[in-house]
Design a protein around this ligand. Sequence first.
Ligand code: PGA
Length: 251
Amino acid sequence: MGRKKIVCGNWKMNLLPDEVNFLLQKIIFLLKEKPAPNIEKIIAPPFIYLNGISKKLDELILSAQNCSSEKNGAFTGEISAKMLYSVGVQNIIIGHSERRNYFFETHEILTKKVNRCLENNLQPIFCVGEKLEERNSNLQFEIVEKQLRESLFHLDKNHFSKLIIAYEPVWAIGTGVTATSEQAQEMHQHIRKIISEKYGKEIAEQISILYGGSCNAANAKELFSCADIDGGLIGGASLKAEDFVQIIHSF
Ligand code: PGA
């Protein structure tokens, strides 16, 4: 059986309630007109919308953009993985570069968040990716390997096999600059090789690895045609229903 094909829209800190309803209804309408039955279609809205829309998703899958590294208790402003699961969330984006860079999330924090997800039957979408200066110094493979090792390689095979990995070169996120399909494929292949060395070929072959970073309706087809690219984590383009659905149809 082939790997799962996945497109996840990361809405980030965008959209007011009416806009959420409009976008959601339009995505569902477009997918009814032209279904994509074999593609896993995930949306990651801001926290406050998750509960309200969880019963209006049709075949979309609900993801959160973050969760607390703690289980529960006196952590003002935090939201636990267990709470997210209880309102119908199935995936959580962990380790996004915006969380690493603007909110100082270290690999210790990310390790805990991954654990919280797995304890609560939530599937992490774990993001890795190098910064521009790291790529310019040809450190990208090392950096990504370190990110995988530090936050994920404590997991046993069974838990590791539940993950989705997203390669998101930081220089491509929200910049309009996309990695070329060669650059993306090269890194995805590298990630699969590292996973294979640690967990074996079978697990490595079964894990979906998504590309993220200015992926849009115009470039998704080329990116998704690469052997090791199993879909996309989409920011800006996921806020437009037509573009997001076109990306879903890009396999
Ligand atoms: P972008 O964001 O598509 O707007 O570049 C991708 C992401 O951050 O997941």
